[in-house]
Design a protein around this ligand. Structure first.
Ligand code: SAH
Ligand code: MG
Length: 199
């Protein structure tokens, strides 16, 4: 993997205000990933492929990442980027709305990373629970959304997003088959480990 290209892509994405994963969030995820060594990862929200390319380092041999992005320009850029970095054999990019694509997926995944439209997190969770392996782990980025989720200030424009993020937190916390931590790292990261598969 071409680390220098990856750094260039990261720099460009930051300059263009594309919301790529924050360094400290990635660091926390890495601690889990080195232990799991996932065979298959599902990512919802590719953007330009940055996080997916970072995750390739932790895949088991012959492991693969499926990632979904609805914006055509970003899909194109992500496809160019994975070629430049030399990880095109490890990343499969699906173009379209995850709300439509997720129900068509069947295989179990060892890890799911939710990082797309905040208003859809409860739906993404439902699909993640269907697709996750019995020893799997589900991460959700931006779960605290600039602190709005934990504040009682209710007048901001992002009210729908906040309501759905709160619902996500409630569901993962109350699900008896999940062991969940809500971490204040970056923009907030929910980490839910599957205890047994009946969820
Ligand atoms: N995971 C990336 C960042 C993703 S940013 C990284 O860390 O590098 C969120 C992306 O999700 C955006 O590119 C947006 O277009 C996409 N997105 C939002 N809602 C979506 C949906 N319903 N289906 C597919 N993609 C979606
Ligand atoms: Mg994010």
């Amino acid at each position: 993997m071409n680390q220098q290209e990856l750094e260039k892509i990261k720099k460009k994405a930051l300059e263009e205000h594309i919301p790529i994963i924050m360094d400290e969030t990635l660091e926390v995820m890495e601690k889990y990933l080195v232990k799991i060594r996932p065979q298959k990862i599902l990512e919802i929200g590719t953007a330009v492929g940055y996080s997916a390319m970072c995750f390739t380092r932790f895949l088991a041999e012959n492991g693969r990442i499926d990632t979904i992005e609805r914006e055509a320009d970003r899909v194109k850029e992500a496809k160019d980027n994975v070629k430049k970095v030399g990880v095109e054999d490890k990343i499969c990019i699906y173009e379209g709305d995850a709300v439509e694509i997720l129900p068509t997926l069947k295989e179990p995944y060892d890890m799911v990373f939710i990082d797309a439209a905040k208003g859809k997190y409860p739906f993404f969770l439902k699909e993640a629970l269907r697709l996750i392996h019995s020893h799997g782990i589900i991460f959700a980025d931006n779960i605290l959304y600039k602190g709005y989720v934990l504040s009682d200030y209710n007048k901001h424009k992002q009210r729908t997003a906040v309501r759905n993020l709160r619902e996500y937190i409630k569901e993962v916390s109350e699900n008896p088959n999940l062991e969940t931590e809500i971490l204040e790292v970056g923009d907030g990261l929910a980490v839910s480990q599957v205890k047994k598969k009946e969820c």
